[in-house]
Write a protein that binds this ligand. Sequence first.
Ligand SMILES: CC(C)(COP(=O)(O)OP(=O)(O)OC[C@H]1O[C@@H](n2cnc3c(N)ncnc32)[C@H](O)[C@@H]1OP(=O)(O)O)[C@@H](O)C(=O)NCCC(=O)NCCS
Length: 291
Amino acid sequence: MQPKAAPEVTIRQATPADSTTCGQICYEAFHNISAEHGFPADFPGSEVAIRVLSTIFSSSQFYCVVAESEGRIVGSNCLDERSMIAGIGPITIDPAAQNLGVGRRLMQAVMDRANQLRPAGMRLVQAAFHNRSLALYTTLGFDVREPLSCVQGRTNERTIPGCAVRPAQSTDLPACNALSRRMHGFDRGMELEHGIEQNTALVVERAGRITGYASALAFFGHATAETNLDLQALIGAVESFGGAGILVPSRNTALLRWCLFNGLKIVQPLTLMSIGFYNDPPGAWLPSILF
Ligand SMILES: CC(C)(COP(=O)(O)OP(=O)(O)OC[C@H]1O[C@@H](n2cnc3c(N)ncnc32)[C@H](O)[C@@H]1OP(=O)(O)O)[C@@H](O)C(=O)NCCC(=O)NCCS
């Protein structure tokens, strides 16, 4: 069989009007690769993927690009510009146009943008079973930082003695941002603010002070805490996790073991990758699907 020729591809900035086509591609690309490996799809249906991309494409805090070939869209990618670390994704290519160099062009486009803005680093999360994305990101310069386990379910243990969980308020922002800076070296205040507006953000208090927070216990949310106990209190406080699940760093064996003994199920393995600034946080944390 003749190998397919690399298509002529142009890259341009995405507009909200591209959301339907890109959302459809996003759903199919993730659905196909997951099904090939026997994993559930990241998005339950194309309408959810369209909604997510519509929100991101309409946001001034994300830089989004589409690839076009022969007058039609064949893929898209996004750069989260909300903190001093740039988050990349979701990137998806039309299954009929994969492995022809389009993904590399879309990655290069957002990495060029990030380099212009000079963030301290770039990060992304990839499906660990996906050879192609691992190869692509590794050759683009990303280092493997953390194996992750996406877990879903509801914990048997719902409260942790000594830890009080409550909805986060804007007045909690300074304490949460200071905690994030102590743990990660930067804060994610804009994401937390968004979580507070959406009523998904929580804080945990122990001995009268904030010892952890979550922007959302969800695939697109992150959490940072001083200790595993604080994070367990946050995880146990919700009825279910938004989207495919929460991302537990697998090397935090004590936390992962607690999740499993509490009835949570592992959905799929993922990998956090980065370029530039990275430190191993001294506390407990959950990344979002972006980083
Ligand atoms: C992952 C994805 C975005 C990559 O885009 P793409 O257009 O298919 O990829 P490209 O052709 O640009 O690059 C793939 C690279 O990986 C290489 N590659 C593929 N499989 C490989 C393997 N098993 N081992 C080593 N290298 C491999 C290719 O040779 C190519 O490298 P090159 O650019 O040096 O030739 C796309 O396949 C996709 O949408 N997948 C489904 C959704 C998804 O997983 N998105 C990523 C979420 S993190």
